[in-house]
Write a protein that binds this ligand. Structure first.
Ligand code: FES
Length: 104
């Protein structure tokens, strides 16, 4: 299964997704620039991504904890999510996200 990630320069990358991995871990471990300072503990907001509108409804909704942390991120939009809170699964094959300002 694949995910597509647009980096901060606008370049799109296709990355192999692994079931059960956090989207943040896939982005980080495949070498794209993402800070993800807290390592996935939902306590830094530096793994902020914009999710393609078509995919928003297919994700497990954000928890209150994620929404509170997102409030601290710059340039939050309706399609903002923390990529460490999105778990990869077959259902997300083809997911497209864009790295947000402040995540690099
Ligand atoms: Fe810190 Fe996602 S890595 S909130």
């Amino acid at each position: 299964m694949k995910i597509r990630v647009t980096d901060q320069t606008g370049k799109e990358h296709e990355l192999e997704g692994i079931e059960g991995w956090r989207v943040m871990e896939i982005i980080r471990d495949w070498g794209l620039p993402i800070k993800a300072e807290c390592g996935g503990a939902c306590s830094c907001a530096t793994c902020h991504v914009y999710v393609d509108e078509d995919w928003m409804d297919r994700l497990v909704p954000a928890t209150d904890e994620e929404l509170e942390m997102l409030d601290t991120a710059p340039a939050v939009e309706d399609n903002s999510r923390l990529s460490c809170q999105i778990l990869m699964s077959e259902a997300l094959d083809g997911l497209h996200v864009t790295l947000a300002p402040g995540s690099e």
